[in-house]
Design a protein around this ligand. Structure first.
Ligand code: ZN
Length: 413
Protein backbone atom coordinates (compact mmCIF):
# COMPACT_ATOMS: atom_id res chain seq x y z
CA UNK A 1 0.00 0.00 0.00
CA UNK A 2 1.61 3.28 -1.10
CA UNK A 3 2.01 5.97 1.49
CA UNK A 4 -0.97 8.37 1.49
CA UNK A 5 -0.83 12.16 1.23
CA UNK A 6 -1.90 12.49 4.85
CA UNK A 7 0.76 10.01 5.99
CA UNK A 8 3.43 11.83 3.97
CA UNK A 9 2.50 15.08 5.68
CA UNK A 10 2.89 13.43 9.07
CA UNK A 11 6.28 11.93 8.13
CA UNK A 12 7.42 15.33 6.89
CA UNK A 13 6.46 16.83 10.22
CA UNK A 14 8.32 14.03 12.06
CA UNK A 15 11.50 14.61 10.07
CA UNK A 16 11.42 18.33 10.84
CA UNK A 17 10.90 17.60 14.52
CA UNK A 18 13.78 15.14 14.51
CA UNK A 19 16.10 17.65 12.80
CA UNK A 20 15.18 20.32 15.36
CA UNK A 21 15.67 17.99 18.29
CA UNK A 22 19.37 17.37 17.60
CA UNK A 23 18.93 13.68 18.48
CA UNK A 24 20.79 10.70 17.01
CA UNK A 25 18.65 10.63 13.86
CA UNK A 26 19.02 14.37 13.26
CA UNK A 27 22.73 13.67 12.60
CA UNK A 28 21.91 10.72 10.34
CA UNK A 29 19.42 12.77 8.29
CA UNK A 30 21.66 15.83 8.12
CA UNK A 31 24.47 13.68 6.74
CA UNK A 32 22.09 12.13 4.20
CA UNK A 33 20.82 15.58 3.21
CA UNK A 34 17.23 14.79 4.20
CA UNK A 35 15.19 17.85 5.09
CA UNK A 36 11.64 16.53 4.59
CA UNK A 37 9.46 14.45 2.27
CA UNK A 38 6.85 15.47 -0.25
CA UNK A 39 6.44 12.32 -2.32
CA UNK A 40 6.51 8.53 -2.02
CA UNK A 41 9.83 8.59 -3.91
CA UNK A 42 11.33 10.94 -1.29
CA UNK A 43 10.04 8.66 1.42
CA UNK A 44 11.65 5.57 -0.09
CA UNK A 45 15.02 7.37 -0.09
CA UNK A 46 15.03 7.70 3.71
CA UNK A 47 17.54 5.19 5.06
CA UNK A 48 16.25 2.25 7.09
CA UNK A 49 16.98 2.06 10.77
CA UNK A 50 16.98 -0.88 13.15
CA UNK A 51 17.83 -2.06 16.63
CA UNK A 52 21.56 -1.54 16.03
CA UNK A 53 20.96 2.24 15.74
CA UNK A 54 18.93 2.22 18.93
CA UNK A 55 21.79 0.42 20.69
CA UNK A 56 24.29 2.96 19.34
CA UNK A 57 22.12 5.72 20.72
CA UNK A 58 21.92 4.08 24.17
CA UNK A 59 20.64 5.24 26.58
CA UNK A 60 18.57 8.23 25.44
CA UNK A 61 20.13 9.33 22.16
CA UNK A 62 16.90 8.89 20.20
CA UNK A 63 14.90 11.14 22.52
CA UNK A 64 13.35 13.87 20.37
CA UNK A 65 11.69 16.02 23.06
CA UNK A 66 12.97 17.96 26.12
CA UNK A 67 13.29 15.96 29.36
CA UNK A 68 10.25 17.58 30.93
CA UNK A 69 8.01 16.04 28.26
CA UNK A 70 9.17 12.47 28.89
CA UNK A 71 6.87 10.65 31.30
CA UNK A 72 8.15 7.09 31.04
CA UNK A 73 10.72 4.84 29.42
CA UNK A 74 10.50 1.24 28.33
CA UNK A 75 13.28 -1.09 27.40
CA UNK A 76 13.44 -4.10 25.17
CA UNK A 77 15.13 -7.06 26.72
CA UNK A 78 17.47 -7.94 23.86
CA UNK A 79 19.11 -11.32 24.29
CA UNK A 80 22.44 -9.96 23.06
CA UNK A 81 24.24 -6.69 23.62
CA UNK A 82 23.00 -3.46 25.14
CA UNK A 83 19.32 -3.00 25.83
CA UNK A 84 17.29 -0.44 23.92
CA UNK A 85 15.61 2.44 25.76
CA UNK A 86 12.49 4.10 24.36
CA UNK A 87 11.24 7.35 25.93
CA UNK A 88 7.48 8.12 25.85
CA UNK A 89 5.63 11.41 26.21
CA UNK A 90 2.17 11.65 27.80
CA UNK A 91 0.69 11.70 24.30
CA UNK A 92 2.64 8.56 23.29
CA UNK A 93 1.33 6.72 26.36
CA UNK A 94 -2.21 7.84 25.54
CA UNK A 95 -1.96 6.99 21.84
CA UNK A 96 -0.74 3.52 22.71
CA UNK A 97 -3.70 2.98 25.07
CA UNK A 98 -6.11 4.22 22.37
CA UNK A 99 -4.68 1.70 19.89
CA UNK A 100 -4.78 -1.07 22.48
CA UNK A 101 -8.40 -0.35 23.44
CA UNK A 102 -9.19 -0.44 19.73
CA UNK A 103 -7.57 -3.91 19.55
CA UNK A 104 -9.81 -5.19 22.35
CA UNK A 105 -12.87 -3.68 20.65
CA UNK A 106 -12.00 -5.31 17.33
CA UNK A 107 -11.78 -8.64 19.19
CA UNK A 108 -15.30 -8.04 20.50
CA UNK A 109 -14.13 -7.42 24.08
CA UNK A 110 -16.25 -4.94 26.06
CA UNK A 111 -16.34 -3.06 29.37
CA UNK A 112 -18.12 -6.09 30.85
CA UNK A 113 -15.10 -8.33 30.35
CA UNK A 114 -12.54 -9.34 32.96
CA UNK A 115 -9.11 -9.31 31.43
CA UNK A 116 -6.50 -11.64 32.93
CA UNK A 117 -3.12 -10.12 32.05
CA UNK A 118 -0.15 -12.49 32.30
CA UNK A 119 2.58 -10.67 30.31
CA UNK A 120 5.25 -9.10 32.54
CA UNK A 121 5.11 -5.60 33.97
CA UNK A 122 8.08 -3.28 34.34
CA UNK A 123 10.68 -2.25 31.82
CA UNK A 124 9.09 -4.54 29.28
CA UNK A 125 6.18 -2.94 27.38
CA UNK A 126 3.89 -5.93 27.59
CA UNK A 127 1.82 -5.98 30.80
CA UNK A 128 1.35 -2.25 31.12
CA UNK A 129 0.12 -1.95 27.51
CA UNK A 130 -2.51 -4.65 28.01
CA UNK A 131 -3.52 -2.89 31.24
CA UNK A 132 -3.77 0.66 29.84
CA UNK A 133 -5.91 -0.50 26.91
CA UNK A 134 -8.14 -2.48 29.28
CA UNK A 135 -8.69 0.48 31.60
CA UNK A 136 -9.41 2.82 28.70
CA UNK A 137 -11.96 0.33 27.41
CA UNK A 138 -13.49 0.20 30.88
CA UNK A 139 -13.01 -3.53 31.39
CA UNK A 140 -11.70 -5.02 34.65
CA UNK A 141 -7.95 -5.60 34.57
CA UNK A 142 -6.59 -8.52 36.57
CA UNK A 143 -2.88 -7.58 36.53
CA UNK A 144 -1.30 -10.98 37.22
CA UNK A 145 2.00 -10.75 35.41
CA UNK A 146 3.71 -14.04 34.57
CA UNK A 147 4.46 -17.10 36.70
CA UNK A 148 2.89 -18.77 39.73
CA UNK A 149 0.54 -21.07 37.84
CA UNK A 150 -1.22 -22.04 41.06
CA UNK A 151 -2.30 -18.46 41.73
CA UNK A 152 -3.09 -17.79 38.06
CA UNK A 153 -5.59 -20.66 38.00
CA UNK A 154 -7.13 -19.73 41.34
CA UNK A 155 -7.69 -16.10 40.30
CA UNK A 156 -8.95 -17.17 36.90
CA UNK A 157 -11.58 -19.35 38.57
CA UNK A 158 -12.51 -17.08 41.50
CA UNK A 159 -12.67 -13.85 39.50
CA UNK A 160 -14.24 -15.53 36.45
CA UNK A 161 -11.71 -14.07 34.01
CA UNK A 162 -13.25 -13.93 30.53
CA UNK A 163 -10.20 -12.87 28.51
CA UNK A 164 -6.68 -14.32 28.76
CA UNK A 165 -3.77 -12.15 27.61
CA UNK A 166 -0.55 -14.14 27.26
CA UNK A 167 2.30 -15.17 25.03
CA UNK A 168 1.48 -18.30 23.06
CA UNK A 169 3.99 -20.30 25.13
CA UNK A 170 2.39 -19.24 28.40
CA UNK A 171 -1.14 -19.78 27.08
CA UNK A 172 -0.04 -23.29 26.10
CA UNK A 173 1.40 -23.91 29.56
CA UNK A 174 -1.83 -22.75 31.22
CA UNK A 175 -3.97 -24.80 28.81
CA UNK A 176 -1.89 -27.89 29.60
CA UNK A 177 -2.26 -27.28 33.36
CA UNK A 178 -6.02 -26.70 33.10
CA UNK A 179 -6.33 -29.91 31.11
CA UNK A 180 -4.13 -31.87 33.53
CA UNK A 181 -6.07 -30.71 36.58
CA UNK A 182 -9.49 -31.16 34.96
CA UNK A 183 -10.43 -27.49 35.56
CA UNK A 184 -11.98 -26.83 32.16
CA UNK A 185 -15.53 -26.62 33.59
CA UNK A 186 -14.48 -24.12 36.24
CA UNK A 187 -12.95 -21.51 33.94
CA UNK A 188 -15.03 -18.80 32.21
CA UNK A 189 -12.56 -17.75 29.49
CA UNK A 190 -14.10 -16.83 26.15
CA UNK A 191 -11.25 -15.15 24.33
CA UNK A 192 -7.49 -15.14 24.24
CA UNK A 193 -5.39 -12.17 23.14
CA UNK A 194 -2.03 -13.65 22.33
CA UNK A 195 1.20 -11.65 22.04
CA UNK A 196 3.09 -11.32 18.84
CA UNK A 197 5.42 -14.31 19.04
CA UNK A 198 5.06 -16.44 15.94
CA UNK A 199 3.17 -19.67 16.61
CA UNK A 200 2.04 -22.71 14.70
CA UNK A 201 -1.47 -23.75 13.74
CA UNK A 202 -1.07 -26.90 15.84
CA UNK A 203 -0.32 -24.90 18.97
CA UNK A 204 -3.12 -22.48 18.16
CA UNK A 205 -5.63 -25.27 17.72
CA UNK A 206 -4.54 -26.99 20.91
CA UNK A 207 -4.96 -23.81 23.00
CA UNK A 208 -8.29 -22.91 21.37
CA UNK A 209 -9.65 -26.41 21.89
CA UNK A 210 -8.36 -27.05 25.41
CA UNK A 211 -9.56 -23.69 26.71
CA UNK A 212 -12.60 -23.49 24.45
CA UNK A 213 -11.74 -19.91 23.45
CA UNK A 214 -11.49 -17.72 20.35
CA UNK A 215 -7.93 -16.55 19.75
CA UNK A 216 -6.72 -13.16 18.55
CA UNK A 217 -3.13 -12.35 17.56
CA UNK A 218 -1.96 -8.99 18.77
CA UNK A 219 1.02 -7.37 17.10
CA UNK A 220 3.59 -4.91 18.36
CA UNK A 221 7.14 -4.32 19.50
CA UNK A 222 8.73 -2.19 22.20
CA UNK A 223 10.46 0.08 19.69
CA UNK A 224 7.05 0.98 18.20
CA UNK A 225 4.89 1.65 21.33
CA UNK A 226 4.66 -2.06 22.34
CA UNK A 227 2.01 -4.71 21.75
CA UNK A 228 -1.36 -3.39 20.59
CA UNK A 229 -0.60 -1.74 17.25
CA UNK A 230 -2.68 -4.31 15.40
CA UNK A 231 -4.91 -7.37 15.88
CA UNK A 232 -7.01 -9.77 13.83
CA UNK A 233 -10.71 -9.10 13.55
CA UNK A 234 -13.32 -11.85 14.05
CA UNK A 235 -13.14 -12.60 10.30
CA UNK A 236 -9.61 -13.90 11.03
CA UNK A 237 -8.13 -12.69 7.77
CA UNK A 238 -4.96 -11.09 9.12
CA UNK A 239 -4.05 -8.40 11.63
CA UNK A 240 -5.42 -4.91 11.06
CA UNK A 241 -2.63 -2.34 11.57
CA UNK A 242 -3.59 1.18 12.60
CA UNK A 243 -2.55 3.36 9.68
CA UNK A 244 -3.52 6.59 11.42
CA UNK A 245 -0.54 6.01 13.76
CA UNK A 246 1.79 3.90 11.64
CA UNK A 247 2.84 3.36 8.06
CA UNK A 248 3.80 -0.23 7.25
CA UNK A 249 5.99 -1.44 4.39
CA UNK A 250 7.19 -4.90 3.39
CA UNK A 251 10.75 -5.06 2.07
CA UNK A 252 13.06 -7.73 0.76
CA UNK A 253 15.12 -8.67 3.87
CA UNK A 254 18.31 -8.98 1.82
CA UNK A 255 18.13 -6.16 -0.76
CA UNK A 256 15.81 -3.76 1.09
CA UNK A 257 13.66 -3.35 -2.02
CA UNK A 258 10.06 -2.36 -1.22
CA UNK A 259 7.75 -5.25 -2.18
CA UNK A 260 4.20 -4.99 -3.54
CA UNK A 261 1.21 -5.99 -1.39
CA UNK A 262 0.86 -9.75 -1.16
CA UNK A 263 4.58 -10.54 -1.30
CA UNK A 264 6.35 -11.87 1.76
CA UNK A 265 9.24 -9.97 3.31
CA UNK A 266 10.34 -8.00 6.34
CA UNK A 267 7.92 -5.60 8.08
CA UNK A 268 9.21 -2.01 8.20
CA UNK A 269 7.28 0.49 10.32
CA UNK A 270 7.21 4.28 10.42
CA UNK A 271 5.67 6.04 13.42
CA UNK A 272 3.54 8.94 12.18
CA UNK A 273 2.80 10.82 15.41
CA UNK A 274 5.16 9.42 18.05
CA UNK A 275 6.89 12.21 19.98
CA UNK A 276 9.34 10.77 22.50
CA UNK A 277 11.17 8.50 20.07
CA UNK A 278 9.92 8.82 16.50
CA UNK A 279 11.19 6.08 14.22
CA UNK A 280 11.12 6.27 10.47
CA UNK A 281 11.45 3.10 8.39
CA UNK A 282 12.29 0.85 11.33
CA UNK A 283 13.20 -2.69 10.31
CA UNK A 284 11.37 -5.06 12.64
CA UNK A 285 13.01 -8.27 11.31
CA UNK A 286 9.53 -9.83 11.51
CA UNK A 287 8.51 -11.60 8.33
CA UNK A 288 5.01 -11.33 6.91
CA UNK A 289 3.11 -9.84 3.99
CA UNK A 290 0.41 -7.24 3.51
CA UNK A 291 -2.82 -8.97 2.55
CA UNK A 292 -4.10 -7.20 -0.57
CA UNK A 293 -7.63 -5.85 -0.78
CA UNK A 294 -10.30 -5.01 1.77
CA UNK A 295 -11.28 -7.15 4.75
CA UNK A 296 -14.78 -8.66 4.81
CA UNK A 297 -15.34 -6.93 8.18
CA UNK A 298 -15.41 -3.56 6.43
CA UNK A 299 -12.54 -2.01 8.41
CA UNK A 300 -10.15 -0.20 6.10
CA UNK A 301 -6.98 -0.62 8.21
CA UNK A 302 -4.42 -2.53 6.16
CA UNK A 303 -3.81 -6.14 7.15
CA UNK A 304 -0.64 -8.03 7.97
CA UNK A 305 -0.64 -11.79 7.60
CA UNK A 306 0.45 -14.04 10.50
CA UNK A 307 4.09 -13.45 11.39
CA UNK A 308 6.07 -16.15 9.56
CA UNK A 309 9.21 -15.83 11.64
CA UNK A 310 12.12 -13.47 12.07
CA UNK A 311 14.66 -12.68 9.41
CA UNK A 312 17.35 -13.04 12.10
CA UNK A 313 16.03 -16.50 13.14
CA UNK A 314 16.78 -17.73 9.66
CA UNK A 315 19.53 -20.31 9.59
CA UNK A 316 21.45 -21.89 6.77
CA UNK A 317 21.87 -25.64 6.46
CA UNK A 318 23.56 -27.24 3.44
CA UNK A 319 23.46 -23.76 1.87
CA UNK A 320 19.67 -23.53 2.09
CA UNK A 321 17.83 -20.86 4.12
CA UNK A 322 15.47 -22.30 6.70
CA UNK A 323 13.10 -20.78 9.22
CA UNK A 324 11.97 -22.34 12.51
CA UNK A 325 8.41 -21.82 11.22
CA UNK A 326 9.03 -24.40 8.49
CA UNK A 327 10.11 -26.91 11.12
CA UNK A 328 6.99 -26.16 13.15
CA UNK A 329 4.76 -26.65 10.15
CA UNK A 330 6.18 -30.13 9.60
CA UNK A 331 5.82 -31.08 13.28
CA UNK A 332 2.14 -30.17 13.00
CA UNK A 333 1.67 -32.79 10.28
CA UNK A 334 2.52 -35.81 12.44
CA UNK A 335 -0.09 -37.22 14.78
CA UNK A 336 0.80 -37.01 18.48
CA UNK A 337 3.80 -34.70 18.00
CA UNK A 338 3.60 -31.45 20.02
CA UNK A 339 4.54 -27.98 18.77
CA UNK A 340 7.55 -27.65 21.10
CA UNK A 341 10.94 -28.42 19.57
CA UNK A 342 14.65 -27.68 19.60
CA UNK A 343 17.01 -27.49 16.67
CA UNK A 344 20.74 -28.14 17.04
CA UNK A 345 23.11 -27.42 14.18
CA UNK A 346 26.53 -29.02 14.26
CA UNK A 347 29.50 -29.69 12.05
CA UNK A 348 30.76 -33.25 11.78
CA UNK A 349 34.49 -32.60 11.45
CA UNK A 350 35.34 -36.18 10.50
CA UNK A 351 32.93 -36.30 7.55
CA UNK A 352 33.13 -32.51 7.02
CA UNK A 353 29.38 -32.42 6.92
CA UNK A 354 26.73 -30.20 8.48
CA UNK A 355 24.24 -31.93 10.73
CA UNK A 356 20.79 -30.78 11.77
CA UNK A 357 19.31 -32.41 14.85
CA UNK A 358 15.69 -31.95 15.78
CA UNK A 359 14.30 -32.81 19.17
CA UNK A 360 10.51 -32.97 19.27
CA UNK A 361 7.93 -34.17 21.77
CA UNK A 362 5.23 -36.80 21.28
CA UNK A 363 2.52 -38.07 23.57
CA UNK A 364 2.39 -41.61 24.91
CA UNK A 365 -0.16 -42.89 22.37
CA UNK A 366 2.29 -42.88 19.49
CA UNK A 367 5.35 -44.97 18.78
CA UNK A 368 8.34 -42.63 19.06
CA UNK A 369 10.37 -44.49 16.42
CA UNK A 370 7.56 -44.37 13.86
CA UNK A 371 6.89 -40.68 14.55
CA UNK A 372 10.61 -39.94 14.15
CA UNK A 373 10.78 -41.79 10.83
CA UNK A 374 7.68 -40.01 9.58
CA UNK A 375 9.23 -36.64 10.47
CA UNK A 376 12.48 -37.52 8.68
CA UNK A 377 10.56 -38.38 5.51
CA UNK A 378 8.60 -35.12 5.65
CA UNK A 379 11.78 -33.08 6.12
CA UNK A 380 13.37 -34.84 3.16
CA UNK A 381 10.40 -34.37 0.86
CA UNK A 382 9.50 -30.80 1.87
CA UNK A 383 12.78 -29.14 2.75
CA UNK A 384 15.27 -31.49 1.15
CA UNK A 385 17.26 -32.05 4.36
CA UNK A 386 17.54 -35.22 6.38
CA UNK A 387 17.78 -34.36 10.06
CA UNK A 388 18.59 -36.64 12.95
CA UNK A 389 15.34 -36.77 14.90
CA UNK A 390 14.95 -37.51 18.59
CA UNK A 391 11.48 -37.87 20.05
CA UNK A 392 11.05 -37.27 23.77
CA UNK A 393 7.99 -37.45 26.03
CA UNK A 394 5.55 -34.59 26.24
CA UNK A 395 6.64 -31.74 28.57
CA UNK A 396 10.33 -32.70 28.44
CA UNK A 397 11.45 -29.60 26.54
CA UNK A 398 11.56 -26.35 28.52
CA UNK A 399 8.53 -24.02 28.28
CA UNK A 400 9.13 -20.35 28.79
CA UNK A 401 6.96 -17.35 29.52
CA UNK A 402 8.83 -15.22 27.03
CA UNK A 403 10.22 -16.15 23.67
CA UNK A 404 11.76 -19.62 23.72
CA UNK A 405 15.16 -20.06 22.08
CA UNK A 406 14.83 -22.97 19.69
CA UNK A 407 17.83 -22.89 17.40
CA UNK A 408 21.25 -23.70 18.83
CA UNK A 409 24.15 -23.38 16.42
CA UNK A 410 27.22 -25.37 17.52
CA UNK A 411 29.01 -25.21 14.17
CA UNK A 412 31.74 -22.85 15.38
CA UNK A 413 32.47 -24.85 18.51
ZN1 ZN B 1 -11.29 -7.31 9.35
Amino acid sequence: MKISGKQLELVDRQIKRILNSGNYYSEVYKKAGITGVSSAEDFEKIPFTDKADLRNAYPLGIQAVPDEEVVRIHSSSGTTGKPVIIPYTAKDVKDWAVMFARCYEIAGITAKDRIHITPGYGLWTAGIGFQAGCELLGAMAIPMGPGNTEKQLQMMIDLKSTVLCATSSYALLLAEEINKRGLRDKICLKKGVIGSERWSEAKRNYIAKELGIELYDIYGLTEIYGPGIGINCPDQTGMHIFDDYLYTEIVDPVTGEVLPDGEEGEIVITTLVKEGAPLIRFRTHDLSRIIPGECSCGRSYPRLDTIRGRSDDMFKIHGVNMFPSQVEEILGMVDGVSSEYKIDLAHDKVKNKEIIMITAEADGRVDFLTAGEELKKLFKSRLNVTPKVTIVSLNTLPRSEKKTQRVFDHRDE
